[in-house]
Design a protein around this ligand. Structure first.
Ligand code: NAD
Ligand code: IPM
Ligand code: MN
Length: 343
């Protein structure tokens, strides 16, 4: 479904007359079918040479693109705004005024999966004793996954979070960082993350700080969604909470994101390839359009970004051209046309 929402988003950007040169290299499933490679060198070169990258969604062989853009380019910040546009179909009784930023550490933690056989680990670490004083061979057949939380990885995301809270404070938001971990269980790795974030935030004058365990945070998001300003968390917690938070403001069809901090930033919806609706022309293009809005902001095209966001907000406000996930009957193209008309 990536190509469907990408096509209409590019159509909006091109037809609105924004000063952009958009190149569309062959990649993804189309490239895989034609050349047996979802990410040909030419596409890679264009990603390296462009000013910013707009990305649809990956599944199967196309995940190679995401791996490149995220890890090879070292885009360690995954910024996922959670903002309610009146008219969007939220499951909450009162979603008005929800507006916060979820920062997901994007380079380490449980990603990219570092896994193996417990028997291999047991041979490598014969002296390791777990909290029950057992060596690893006690567990027999099974798998392990490594979770890495590094000084470098945590320092840089903590600095970004503190700075974003400072900037938002200047814009009239609370200016508060909420750090989310599971430090009651993962005392070392989550404890390390929590300590570094807390120290960094407390160095920033005027910025509030709080910490919640991820289970409690998942509940607070639903119960007190307006209490959040800037959330910072490790990779997999951020992945999960972003889908939850996206749903609170109307669903994955609306949730955009930016991957920043590396060689070249890229912008993508929070959602995936939605196999259940792919090819039907009914996917909500908003998440892709708002990801393009984040790209325009990054490129310094503030007026264009604002025009795009206002147009989206108007389409939701009027409620006449919404896709099925929002309770409407509009197709992807029809909703995108409505956004374009508002611009
Ligand atoms: P998904 O996000 O693709 O879909 C989850 C649900 O949300 C589905 O019911 C889907 O129809 C709905 N949905 C998603 N986007 C929508 C939209 N724009 N409009 C309306 N409804 C929408 O998650 P999944 O089903 O777990 O994953 C499918 C594939 O996508 C997997 O291969 C997964 O690995 C991949 N994925 C890729 C990315 C990415 O490229 N960044 C992100 C998430 C998942
Ligand atoms: C996301 C996706 C990815 C992730 C997958 C496709 C690797 O769910 O961008 O949220 O887990 O980070
Ligand atoms: Mn995800």
């Amino acid at each position: 479904m990536g190509p469907e929402v990408m096509e209409v988003t590019c159509h909006i950007l091109e037809t609105a007359g924004f000063d952009l040169e958009i190149v569309k290299p062959l990649c993804g499933m189309e490239a895989f079918k034609a050349q047996g490679n979802a990410f040909p060198d030419e596409a890679k070169r264009l990603c390296e040479e462009s000013d910013a990258i707009l990305f649809g969604a990956a599944e199967g062989p196309s995940v190679a693109i995401l791996v490149y853009l995220r890890w090879f380019m070292d885009n360690y910040i995954n910024l996922r705004p959670v903002k309610y546009y009146p008219g969007a179909l939220s499951p909450l009784k009162n979603p008005d005024g929800i507006n916060f930023m979820l920062i997901r550490e994007n380079s380490e933690g449980m990603y990219p999966g570092r896994e193996g056989d417990i028997s291999w680990l047991a041979r490598k670490m014969p002296d390791y004793k777990d909290p029950f004083d057992r060596t690893l061979d006690f567990y027999g057949e099974g798998k392990f996954a490594l979770r890495l939380i590094t000084r470098k990885g945590t320092d840089r995301i903590a600095k970004y979070a503190a700075n974003l809270a400072r900037e938002r404070r200047a814009q009239g938001f609370a200016g508060k960082v909420t750090c989310i971990t599971k430090s009651n269980v993962l005392r070392q790795s989550c404890g390390f993350f929590q300590k570094i974030v807390e120290e960094e935030v407390k160095k920033t004058p005027g910025i509030g700080y709080e910490h919640f365990h991820v289970d409690d945070a998942a509940r607070r998001l639903i119960r007190f969604p307006r209490d959040f300003d800037v959330i910072v968390t490790s990779n997999m917690f951020g992945d999960i909470l972003a889908d939850e938070a996206g749903e609170m403001v109307g669903g994955l069809g609306i949730a955009p994101s930016a991957c920043l901090g590396g060689r070249n930033p890229y912008f993508e919806p929070v959602h995936g390839s939605a196999p259940d609706i792919a090819g039907k022309g009914v996917a909500n293009p908003t998440a892709m359009v708002l990801s393009a809005k984040m790209m325009l902001d990054y490129l310094g095209m503030k007026n264009e970004a604002q025009a795009l966001e206002k147009a989206v907000a108007k389409v939701y406000g009027e409620g006449k051209h919404l896709t099925a996930d929002q309770g409407g009957t509009a197709t992807t193209k029809k909703m995108a046309e409505a956004v374009l008309e508002k611009i």
